[in-house]
Ligand binder design. Structure first.
Ligand SMILES: *[C@@H]1O[C@H](CO)[C@@H](O)[C@H](O)[C@H]1NC(C)=O
Ligand SMILES: *[C@@H]1O[C@H](CO)[C@@H](O)[C@H](O)[C@H]1NC(C)=O
Ligand SMILES: *[C@@H]1O[C@H](CO)[C@@H](O)[C@H](O)[C@H]1NC(C)=O
Ligand SMILES: *[C@@H]1O[C@H](CO)[C@@H](O)[C@H](O)[C@H]1NC(C)=O
Ligand SMILES: *[C@@H]1O[C@H](CO)[C@@H](O)[C@H](O)[C@H]1NC(C)=O
Ligand SMILES: *[C@@H]1O[C@H](CO)[C@@H](O)[C@H](O)[C@H]1NC(C)=O
Ligand SMILES: *[C@@H]1O[C@H](CO)[C@@H](O)[C@H](O)[C@H]1NC(C)=O
Length: 411
């Protein structure tokens, strides 16, 4: 089986843990600006028709024409400033006006150069942009004042300030946060396919004709969540895990003869465990690159099988030592066919139940025999996947975005 496909399973599950709902694959060319508090005291943009020569904000005045323009603009500044002073009572919180002016005095003290700019003397109204005849002022107004200013001579428009979608971004951060209820959004651009697929959900070529390669995730990125991975061997000593100040990523123990040997990491064959850990928590390839990763190494034989003794010992160690309630995901890649009456079945099921009761989440692979994991009649079960208290994950196939499907060989 293609290992890359197998890894997708773990991602889906971790995405459940992180509560990543699907964001739509559409590129949002958003002009849905967010208007801030329509009727509150707030900053407005006043577009003003300056009937004189172009007014310069950052240059010295030279000729007489400019002087007229300067007077015109600054007399508008004075006019609005006086209006504000006379209408303090119309503000919901008039004290803010004093605070704004105080702040500006402090600023001026720390940097005199500002005083040479042609802003005028008010912190409550000043020009921020001026091209040709159009001057834009920035002004802190009450709703009543806004209504008044709107009607003044030469005022083209007075409008609330708005957040526009940041330059070069085609996704709408606000929409994503609203949909996901995340506190903060992080975006990994041009991410691996296995990551961007999590953000897309099902990619429907009929509706959307451009695939979004970004991976969107909560900035918490699994911080303070532990992922315990049972695998044959690990490697945490490379760039994907170099954020050692932010989280722990290490091999906890190697199971030898049914006993955990603390600090050992299994054989030198890194391949499988290294990739699983990277896919779960690697800086670039990982879903949750702030999650702690704990490796439990179990040696397998040449057929890739584990001893029952090692499995039980590993689970016991995990159950007793590594489960932090509601903070731990246990990833078990192994599975095998077992009768319900077998004591190994019963023991295994009970330890999984215990881990779950303690507040751990057990994720495991469905296997790849094209079989039903729960037989109709008393027969072989695929465990631990068929246990009630595991999240059982079947593989998907995703060579590219337009061919993304369940794989045919999965159980
Ligand atoms: C600005 O004022 C001039 C002169 O009164 C007028 O011709 C022009 O149409 C005005 N521009 C705008 C945008 O209102
Ligand atoms: C003062 O302002 C100028 C121009 O904006 C800037 O280059 C300088 O670093 C500022 N100095 C301080 C102390 O803030
Ligand atoms: C774990 O989560 C469950 C479900 O939300 C909750 O009932 C339980 O109190 C939590 N346990 C701890 C230790 O936080
Ligand atoms: C982790 O869980 C996934 C899903 O069950 C599985 O595909 C993967 O092999 C597991 N890996 C390890 C190391 O447990
Ligand atoms: C698993 O859950 C099903 C449905 O709730 C239940 O009928 C069954 O007895 C459970 N199995 C075990 C082993 O608890
Ligand atoms: C996607 O993969 C399928 C199956 O391998 C292939 O037929 C198709 O041409 C690929 N599409 C692209 C755009 O690579
Ligand atoms: C996806 O897989 C299902 C079987 O699991 C199959 O019926 C369907 O044709 C597949 N679709 C594609 C596009 O390969």
């Amino acid at each position: 089986m293609n290992n890359n496909l197998k890894y997708f399973s773990i991602l889906v599950v971790i995405s459940l843990l992180l509560n990543i709902p699907y964001t739509r694959g559409e590129k949002v060319l958003s002009n849905k600006d967010t208007i801030i508090n329509a009727k509150k005291d707030q900053y407005y943009l006043i577009y003003f028709n300056n009937t004189y020569d172009e007014f310069k904000i950052f240059s010295n005045l030279k000729n007489r024409k400019r002087q007229e323009s300067y007077n015109n603009v600054l007399s508008f500044v004075d006019k609005i400033h006086n209006l504000i002073a006379e209408n303090k009572h119309t503000y919901e919180n008039p004290k803010i006006l004093d605070k704004i002016e105080e702040k500006s005095k402090l600023k001026k003290r720390s940097n005199n150069s500002q005083q040479f700019f042609n802003y005028g003397n008010s912190e409550l109204i000043y020009p921020i942009s001026s091209v040709g005849n159009r001057v834009v002022f920035y002004s802190f107004l009450s709703y009543d004042l806004y209504k008044k200013v709107k009607t003044l001579n030469n005022v083209i428009e007075c409008t609330t300030n708005k957040y526009s979608v940041s330059i070069n971004s085609y996704y709408n951060k606000e929409d994503i946060l609203k949909e996901t209820k995340w506190n903060k959004l992080s975006v990994r651009e041009n991410a691996d396919l296995h990551l961007s697929l999590i953000s897309q959900g099902i990619y429907n070529t009929n509706i959307i004709n451009k695939y979004d390669n970004n991976y969107y995730y909560p900035s918490s990125a699994g911080k303070d969540v532990d992922i315990v991975i049972m695998d044959s061997s690990f490697n945490f000593d490379y760039s994907e895990f170099e954020n050692t100040n932010d989280r722990i990523a290490k091999c906890v123990a190697h199971i030898e003869d049914g006993k955990p040997v603390i600090g050992k990491c299994g054989s030198c064959d890194y391949y499988h465990g290294e990739q699983v850990a990277d896919t779960a928590g690697g800086l670039k390839h990982g879903v949750a690159n702030l999650a702690n990763i704990y490796g439990i190494a179990i040696s397998s034989n040449e057929n890739g099988e584990y001893l029952q003794s090692d499995i039980l010992s590993a689970l016991q160690f995990i159950y007793e030592k590594l489960i932090r309630p509601n903070k731990t995901v246990v990833n078990i890649s192994s599975g095998n066919w077992q009768y319900e009456k077998d004591n190994f079945f019963i023991q295994y099921q009970e330890i999984v139940d215990k881990i779950t009761k303690k507040g751990g989440i057990v994720v495991t692979s469905a296997g790849n025999d094209r079989e039903e994991i729960n037989p109709e009649i008393n027969d072989l079960y695929y465990i631990p996947c068929s246990f009630n208290n595991t999240i059982c994950v079947g593989s998907t196939i995703s060579y590219n975005v337009s061919k993304y499907n369940r794989s045919l060989y999965k159980n």
